[in-house]
Ligand binder design. Structure first.
Ligand code: PEP
Length: 250
């Protein structure tokens, strides 16, 4: 049985005060350890959010990282810096970075390698554009992103990461993939992992769905056999809606 995992991606939202209140509210509301829960605030709030959730069942993640350990990379943050700030997780390859900021697959591959080597658990995002889905290219696009992104990672490194399937057309649009559409792609990813890394690794892999997940649609998506949780954007910015999704995962 894979444990469900709900991660909140706060993107470039929240003030310091709002981040603290949100983190405290989530920490207070997460009781027990039936579900793995993480929040991914903006970089400047990582320390204060890590303090706010300390001792609770809530983990902290970064929304991105650079692949270098250190160097002249203005505006970037290394995996070790995230660890030092209290992170256990890092999101790599979010569509807002792939498509919005043009981060190429080979760059995401370097990040995934560096972050796992440093000891972070990577939430590696993949997802097709609407035009790609309509052209019947969903599986080709997804597998290319997985294969290119994880190329060269050891089986041990792969066993520590999480995949997030986030159809780009469903992110922040209110258009959620149907449970059947999500299940189809998740099963495809798991089958590919079985081919590449073996049945045990594929069986242990957590595959999250992301794209307009809300408390009222979460339960049906999370009931799908290959959906192991959710990466939540908009609905993670309010304590009640995020906790509603966490409760739907129990
Ligand atoms: C996301 O940013 O990863 C996401 C899924 O956003 P939303 O839930 O707002 O669609």
């Amino acid at each position: 049985m894979r444990k469900k995992f709900i991660a909140g991606n706060w993107k470039m939202y929240t003030t310091a005060a709002a981040a603290k209140a949100l983190a405290e509210g989530v920490a207070k509301g997460v009781t027990g350890n039936a579900v793995t829960v993480a929040v991914c605030p903006p970089y400047p709030w990582l320390g204060l959010v890590a303090d706010a959730v300390k001792g609770s069942g809530v983990a902290v993640g970064g929304q991105n990282c650079h692949h270098a350990a250190e160097g002249a990379y203005t505006g970037e943050v290394s995996p070790q810096m995230l660890l030092d700030a209290g992170c256990q997780y890092v999101i790599v390859g979010h569509s807002e970075r792939r498509h919005g900021l043009g981060e190429p697959d080979r760059f995401l591959n370097l990040k995934a390698k560096a972050a796992t080597a440093a000891g972070l658990k990577v939430i590696f995002c993949v997802g097709e554009l609407l035009a790609e889905r309509e052209a019947g290219l969903t599986e080709d696009v997804i597998w290319f992103q997985v294969a290119a992104g994880l190329n060269g990672l050891s089986a041990d490194a792969v066993s520590k990461l999480v995949i997030a399937y986030e159809p780009v057309w469903a992110i922040g649009t209110g258009k959620v993939a149907s449970p059947a559409q999500a299940q189809e792609v998740h099963a495809f990813i798991r089958k590919g992992f079985a081919r590449q890394y073996g049945d045990a690794a594929a069986g242990a892999l957590a595959i999250l769905y992301g794209g307009s997940v809300k408390p009222d649609n979460a339960a049906e998506i999370l009931r799908q056999p290959d959906v192991d949780g959710a990466l939540v954007g908009g609905a993670s910015l309010k304590v009640d809606s995020f906790l509603g999704i966490v409760r739907a995962a129990v």
